[in-house]
Design a protein around this ligand. Structure first.
Ligand code: FES
Ligand SMILES: [Fe+2]
Length: 453
């Protein structure tokens, strides 16, 4: 049947219309061409800072990184650095990581656990709520200097489904109004039970939106990542657009690409996926077309055996990737076993650089026979007990992020794309309907930058 953009592809055509799996009615964002300057000019970068980054809700981290009072983490966002902690009262709070005394960064590490914060410059101390506790040699400070009650400046902080969001804008609406995904969409994956088993930050020579664009479609897989053709259907992907620039694509896994002629033979890739699901490929005598359903059945049975609650997940969620765009700068690859939380972080001053910040999240289970599947790419020997928090692995410009072949391919390609985008010969992207998530994202971005939002 010929492709019709108004209906697109549905992974499960018989999903009940009110279910989270059902294809969402088409959102028409038109066919106009976006100007290329958004990808490289300082003017755009500055407008994004003023109108986007400083006004919208942004994912700061996940709740399992601040389990106990005094646990904290920090993170960079452009020119800012934030400190997120759990207070003695159990709330999660976020602050600009700036000492009001002379501006030093109060905390200098990625994570930690403290009773109070002590600034490394002159040792002023703050409690977990950000209030000033102690001034060194207080008798040498004239009372007028500190009588206004200096404290760590707080930013708004709310959580949803185990994710911590911050917002620098005191006047912004609540997080719940910002999130364009239906209720239960994130919650059903139990992100609040997951913890970080790998965390990597690498710097790439491209605009952060060049990064988003590449991760929001599977159109490039046949050319850039041909080895994925044996384990995922990159063609018949379900693209859905939600309010406020949110979106998802359902990528069927444990199937061959529709682009591959032989749909019968079970080859190495599918055998590997079966093994990960606990199926012995030597004893599987059906066709490649049957592998996805077999994987779903095996994972459902295993979850019951191990005491993992999959009751909120439909069969498709046990095999497929629900790659979900959280406006503006996140894609989260959702799986029953865990998730890949990818953040595309702007560079403080160079519009042609970004930081690819990616956390691998793992949902634990008490059964020792259950372990991280190979496709999650976690190095041998990784502690998956949740007792230790891995350090952030860092890679500079031009260094491969060391996150596996597919990511290495993307990190090699994106600087090349960026250099073409900024050529005088390029007039802006020509998006297909397989790239409708890109158009949706840029349309929402334009609403923010024009002042409409
Ligand atoms: S700058 Fe923090 S104590 Fe001086
Ligand atoms: Fe890619």
């Amino acid at each position: 049947m010929a492709y019709d953009y108004r209906t697109g592809w549905a992974v499960n055509a018989s999903a009940p219309p009110d279910s989270l799996e059902a294809k969402v009615p088409y959102v028409d964002n038109g066919t106009a061409r976006a100007g290329p300057e958004r990808y490289y000019t300082r003017d755009w970068m500055e407008r994004e800072w003023e109108r986007l980054w400083t006004r919208v809700w942004l994912i700061a981290g996940i709740v399992s990184d601040v389990r106990e009072p005094g646990d904290y983490f920090t993170f960079d966002l452009g020119r800012e650095n934030f400190l997120v902690t759990r207070t003695d009262g159990g709330d999660i709070k976020a602050f600009y990581n700036v000492c009001p005394h002379r501006g030093n960064r109060v905390v200098r590490s990625d994570f930690g656990s403290v009773a109070q914060f002590t600034c490394s410059f002159h040792s002023w101390q703050y409690d977990l709520d950000g209030c000033l506790l102690r001034v060194t040699d207080a008798d040498t400070v004239r009372p007028e200097v500190i009588c206004h009650g200096p404290r760590l400046r707080e930013v708004r902080c709310e959580t949803r489904a185990g994710l911590i969001f911050i917002n620098m804008d005191d006047d912004a609406g609540p997080l719940d109004d910002f999130i364009g995904l239906p209720d239960g969409y994130l919650e059903n994956y139990h992100l609040d039970e997951m913890f970080v088993i790998r965390h990597s930050v690498s710097e790439w020579a491209a605009n952060w939106k060049t990064g988003i664009d590449a991760f929001y479609e599977t159109y490039h897989l046949h050319a850039v990542h041909p080895e994925t053709q044996t384990v995922m259907n990159d063609l018949n992907v379900q693209y859905d657009l939600y309010p406020n620039g949110f979106s998802r694509m359902i990528v069927p896994l444990a199937v061959k690409s529709e682009r591959v002629a032989d749909q019968e033979t079970v080859d190495e890739g599918l055998a590997f996926m079966m093994q990960d699901a606990g199926i012995d490929p030597a004893r599987f005598h059906e066709s490649a077309r049957d592998v996805r359903a077999a994987v779903q059945r095996a994972k459902r049975e295993r979850a019951e055996r191990c005491g993992l609650d999959y009751s909120d997940l439909v069969d498709g969620q046990l095999s497929d990737s629900w790659a979900t765009g959280i406006f503006p700068n996140v894609q989260i690859g959702l799986h029953a076993e865990g998730a890949f939380l990818m953040r595309f972080m702007p560079h403080p001053e160079n519009p042609e650089r970004f930081f690819y910040n990616t956390m691998t999240l793992w949902r634990p289970c008490d059964d020792p026979s259950y372990t991280v599947p190979g496709w999650m790419g976690v190095p041998e020997g990784t502690d998956i007990s949740g007792d230790s928090r891995p350090d952030i692995e860092r890679a500079g410009i031009g260094e491969p992020p060391n996150l596996g072949l597919v990511l290495d391919q993307d990190s090699e390609l994106l600087p090349v794309v960026q250099s073409g985008i900024r050529s005088r010969g390029f007039a802006g992207p020509l998006w297909s309907e397989q790239e409708q998530r890109l158009r949706h994202f840029h349309t929402e971005l334009d609403r923010h930058l024009s002042g409409e939002k």
